[in-house]
Design a protein around this ligand. Structure first.
Ligand code: UDP
Length: 252
């Protein structure tokens, strides 16, 4: 495994060349970062949990016809995914006011939004991922109008699916971030598919009864018990049988 070619190392994941052309191995690290890399820590077991949670969600999305890059999980920390050309946008879907939207418009955290809101941010750490409009996306050629329409439609389908999934686990889906990629079909037609990950690192998840945070805000706000909260999300989704022992590296 160590002879594999590393293609990219990000804040929470490493991408390696996959076993066949057009595939990539996505490796989940235990590293956590926030505030554009200013805050860092290693949270033992986080990578294992995010690998499993993202697998569960992507597999179910594939089943309901939302195209994703996910092929199969390889081991505790890795999954095989389709190689895509990443669109340099973060697509955020919000159901409830929290984080930057609450600040921007002076909303109370926890206030339900009148409808699901889809936002685009330009992926650029040096610029602090600025909020952008469809005008910017088209003018700077980050994606076409058709791509934007496809991303919005897919993001809303993911929102409907995830809202139901988490409600069944007594968890409120406040907001989440998606990334999409482009693939080329046989006759050079392009298609947009869901890429990256969906995990408590990229969602805001609140316990429906107590309101307790079960996501990365626990790390951002120094609330402690971060991996324990992620393990509880996994347990409620029926993924991990027990909440403990999330730090294994063994293949399976
Ligand atoms: N998010 C993310 N990566 C980012 C920025 C945001 O995964 O680089 C997620 C975040 O966890 C939350 C949602 O996107 O679930 C909306 O985040 P927001 O714009 O409120 O920014 P924040 O306040 O988290 O910086």
């Amino acid at each position: 495994m160590s002879r594999r070619k590393k293609l990219y190392e990000g804040k929470a994941k490493i991408l390696y060349e996959g076993p066949e052309p057009g595939t990539i191995v996505q490796h989940f690290k235990d590293d956590a970062t926030a505030f554009n890399n200013k805050k860092k820590a290693v949270l033992e077991g986080k990578g294992v949990l995010n690998n499993r949670i993202s697998e569960h969600i992507m597999e179910n999305l594939n089943r309901i016809g939302v195209p994703t890059h996910f092929i199969r999980r390889l081991n505790m920390r890795e999954q095989l995914v389709r190689e895509v050309e990443i669109i340099p946008l973060e697509v955020v879907v919000r159901n409830v006011a929290a984080g930057s939207i609450a600040q921007r418009f002076g909303l109370t955290e926890g206030e339900p939004l009148p409808r699901a809101i889809v936002e685009f941010y330009f992926k650029d750490d040096a610029l602090n991922d600025p909020l952008v409009s469809e005008e910017h996306i088209a003018a700077f050629n980050w994606a076409s109008h058709q791509d934007v329409d496809d991303m919005i439609a897919l993001a809303l389908r993911v929102n409907d699916f995830l809202s139901g999934l988490f409600t069944g686990a007594n968890i409120r889906l406040v907001d989440f971030k998606l990334e999409f990629g482009r693939i080329y079909d046989q006759n050079d037609m392009t298609r947009i598919i869901l890429a990256d990950e969906i995990s408590p690192d990229s969602c805001r998840l609140w316990d429906m009864t107590s309101g307790e945070k079960m996501d990365k805000d626990r790390f951002r706000r120094d609330m402690g018990n971060v991996t324990e909260a992620y393990a509880e999300v996994a347990r409620r989704l029926g993924i991990m049988k027990e909440t403990g022992n999330a730090n294994g590296d063994e293949a399976n």
